[in-house]
Design a protein around this ligand. Structure first.
Ligand code: NAI
Length: 272
């Protein structure tokens, strides 16, 4: 049910690769809620993904940008402002990639060139996005920037590998930039820490299918879906959450505050 929560707002949505992507769902919901936005992804992802289909559905323009390139980001913000007719009100950072995970490198034996790429793509890109917007004064006052993260930033999930380090950095950038941008322009910056979700990035993690079931049973409300995450993002972009900033917001059905649940403990009943 749409409530025009984002009517009159202009946005930039990073990271919609295909219809499983969390960013894809955010774009659909933001459109339903009356927002106008630009879609962006890495030039290479344009060829693999179905972003043009989403652009058609949401009546939006696609502007390719590698989120690790300052030049691409500057071009993105200036073209987006030109196309949308003014400064930007919301940004979704929905970007994650680890070459170490992709190549099956163990955390104790990672390739450091890959490691730098993981940190740059999955976390540094948020700093670069915010720094570009800040320099260009591209965001409106009370604008809202949301990046997606995972609880492996706080606790060890062994197969999440170096993405855990990237997510810790992402959450730290959120706090630090949230402070500076808040003081300067009342722009808010938050992360949403989402349940494991079946997407292209998610499925790259070893043992993901078993893990997603475990997480579901460890969450009093069950795993949160991509659609539900999109609803939360829309709430964070709206004026109903104006004083929320510099936070890591768990959207995980209660997983983060659960020690154990009955269905999980019962699985250990027959162990000698
Ligand atoms: P996805 O694979 O659909 O999205 C990842 C996106 O990052 C893709 O669109 C990809 O093209 C983009 N990307 C990679 N390198 C890029 C670059 N250099 N420049 C610009 N874009 C680039 O997967 P998903 O799951 O929707 O991921 C979105 C975010 O949600 C990521 O930050 C991920 O870590 C986070 N997240 C995902 C969870 C899951 O279980 N799927 C759980 C918690 C957080």
């Amino acid at each position: 049910m749409a409530n025009n929560l984002l009517k009159g707002k202009r946005g930039i949505i990073f990271g919609a690769l295909n219809d499983m992507s969390i960013a894809w769902q955010v774009a659909l919901k933001a459109h339903e809620e009356g927002a106008e936005f630009v879609l962006t992804n890495a030039p290479i992802a344009m060829r693999m993904g179905a972003i043009n289909e989403l652009a058609e559905k949401t009546n939006s323009l696609v502007i390719p940008a590698d989120a690790t390139s300052l030049e691409d980001l500057e071009n993105l913000f200036s073209k987006a402002m030109e196309h949308l007719g003014g400064k930007i009100d919301f940004v979704l950072h929905s970007i994650g990639m680890s070459p170490n995970v992709r190549k099956g490198k163990h955390y104790t034996d990672i390739d450091y060139k890959f490691y730098n790429q993981t940190l740059d793509i999955s976390a540094g890109s948020l700093h670069k996005t915010l720094a570009t917007a800040h320099k260009m004064d591209a965001l409106n006052e009370w604008g809202s920037v949301v990046a997606l993260t995972y609880i492996a930033a706080q606790r060890i999930f062994p197969d999440y590998n170096d993405m855990a380090d990237a997510k810790s950095l992402l959450e730290s950038i959120t706090r630090s930039f949230g402070y500076h941008y808040g003081i300067k322009k009342k722009v808010r910056v938050n992360t949403i820490s989402q349940s494991p979700t079946v997407t292209t990035a998610g499925q790259g993690i070893k043992g993901f299918d078993e893990f997603i079931n475990f997480s579901d049973q460890m969450s009093p409300l069950g795993n949160a879906s991509a659609e539900a995450c999109a609803d939360y993002c829309v709430a964070m972009f709206s004026d109903l959450t104006r004083y929320v900033t510099m936070q890591n917001l768990f959207h995980d059905g209660g997983f983060s505050n659960t020690g154990v649940t009955q269905p999980v403990i019962e699985k250990f009943g027959n162990i000698e």
